[in-house]
Design a protein around this ligand. Structure first.
Ligand SMILES: Nc1ncc2cc(-c3cccc4ccccc34)c(N3CC[C@@H](N)C3)nc2n1
Ligand SMILES: [Ca+2]
Length: 449
């Protein structure tokens, strides 16, 4: 096991990773920008180093600086968290090539392959995993896209190759829209990912967004830890995630889990990852792979009892997974509510400010992953996350009931938060029934558009 781990991140995920490190006896090194000098993750670490001014590009994304801090402190591993450099194959490769510093994540070439959406689709198709009908090569021109529109029938989605999270995705409902949509998908792909290649898929109107957590070691063992339902999204921002999904029965759960395992095995993947699917009319289709630990990994931990971040560290240190697939059991229900400094009444616009009151709920069934305290500033330099409220119960109904109590007793003043929105959802019959799809929160948006 590593002696000292550098966590190249901030906020709640930095604390989460350091917690796992401590339990394994590793020392922890935090990095922080000028804006995070008093950040909770700085306090939490055994040692902390300033890596630059507030802009992420000059601090949390400064690869040179991060590797230099690792070498100076004698850290023998780097954990990237999520966001920032977590899915940057170049950084992973640089760490792999740095002597005596281990990358805690998938091999850089597996990240590269699965990060290219069309390559990921090819790998999954070859592994026998159903993929959303579409191309496994980038498309060249509008004529080709129109031919695909005829083949699949409209609507179709034009997606940026390097994309994800809905960025660089254009929905095309008729032949007349193809030219403009192709142009803007290319432009967004270039702007956000420096890659203007795009591909085409049949657009599923109102699917569930189901993702499967996988863990793979370096000795050939691949396990899935069940699924998460991430269908409640607002403009591609996840708001509430839960495990297990109310939309899957036991058979579909096993099928989708085995498909995820098979696809990840074929890709030569190791460490933690998530395989995203779209589910509609009892059919599931591969969409993309996330080669990192995710914000919502918590709900999988709560229903399986498996500490995913701890296994990330142990797998990176060469250990073998100590459990078989049959040992993975889904017990109870867990729901994660993202507590962000945003105003739901202003379309979740970020509202930085000071937490003049911060009194989270407590007691049975409540987990709070955060790095803030009363009086802290929530700045505007990074994401607007205050923390994550994770509630677990014996079943979904119990979980919703307990969530009511938890959210009622979550007092925050000084910034707008998503708490009032979460309270509303607990009285929303579509959400309470579990019938909500990815369209649910955007429906009026489409109507306005
Ligand atoms: N072929 C096809 N059909 C339906 C889709 C539906 C989604 C989707 C998934 C989850 C929430 C959404 C909200 C608005 C619009 C789309 C979604 C989707 N994406 C892509 C990025 C991911 N975060 C969401 N891709 C789709 N692709
Ligand atoms: Ca190395």
């Amino acid at each position: 096991m590593f002696d000292k781990v550098l966590v190249a991140n901030r906020g709640e995920i930095a604390v989460r990773v350091m917690a796992a490190c401590e339990e394994l006896g590793c020392e922890t090194v935090a990095v922080y920008s000028d804006a995070d000098r008093n950040g909770g993750h700085v306090d939490y670490a055994d040692e902390a180093y300033n890596v630059g001014p507030p802009p992420a590009s000059e601090s949390y994304l400064d690869q040179e600086e991060l590797i230099d801090v690792a070498e100076r402190t004698g850290a023998d591993a780097i954990h990237p968290g999520y966001g920032f450099l977590a899915e940057n194959a170049d950084f992973a490769r640089r760490v792999e090539e740095t002597p005596d510093v281990t990358w805690i994540g998938p091999p850089s070439d597996a990240m590269e392959t699965l990060g290219e959406k069309t390559k990921a689709r090819t790998v999954m198709q070859d592994a026998g995993v159903p993929v959303v009908p579409g191309t496994t090569e980038p498309v060249d021109d509008a004529d080709e896209v129109r031919a695909l529109g005829e083949e699949f029938g409209y609507p179709i989605a034009i997606k940026a190759e390097g994309g994800g999270g809905g960025r660089g995705m254009k929905i095309v409902r008729s032949e007349a829209e193809v030219d403009d949509a192709l142009e803007s998908a290319r432009r967004e792909g270039e702007a956000y990912f420096g890659n203007d290649s795009v591909y085409v898929e049949k657009y599923l109107e109102a699917p569930k967004h189901i993702e499967v957590q996988v863990l793979a070691d370096r000795h050939g063992s691949v396990r899935h830890l069940g699924e998460r339902d991430c269908s409640l999204q607002r403009r591609h921002q996840k708001v509430i995630e839960e495990a297990p999904s109310p939309a899957l029965d036991a058979d579909l759960r096993d099928e989708i889990g085995e498909a995820a395992r098979q696809g990840v095995r074929e890709a030569g993947y190791t460490n933690a990852g998530t395989v995203e699917f779209l589910v509609e009319n009892g059919e599931f289709y591969f969409m993309e792979v996330n080669t990192r630990i995710q914000v919502e990994h918590t709900v999988s931990e709560e229903v399986t009892g498996i500490d995913i971040v701890r296994w990330q560290l142990r797998v990176a240190a060469g250990e073998a997974l100590s459990f078989a697939q049959d040992d993975v059991e889904i017990d109870g229900h867990a729901i994660e509510y993202r507590i962000n400094a945003e105003n739901p009444a202003a379309d979740f616009a970020p509202t930085p400010g000071q937490l003049t009151t911060y009194r989270p709920p407590t007691s049975i069934g409540i987990r709070l992953d955060h790095a803030v305290a009363q009086g802290d500033e929530i700045g505007g330099d990074y994401d607007s996350m205050i923390g994550k409220l994770i509630v677990r119960g014996d079943d979904r109904e119990h979980c919703l009931e307990r969530s009511k109590r938890a959210l009622e007793h979550f007092a925050v003043d000084g910034v707008h938060t998503t708490i009032p929105f979460h309270r509303l959802m607990l009285d929303d019959e579509t959400f309470v029934s579990g019938d909500h799809t990815t369209k649910y929160l955007d429906r009026e948006l489409e109507a306005d558009a």
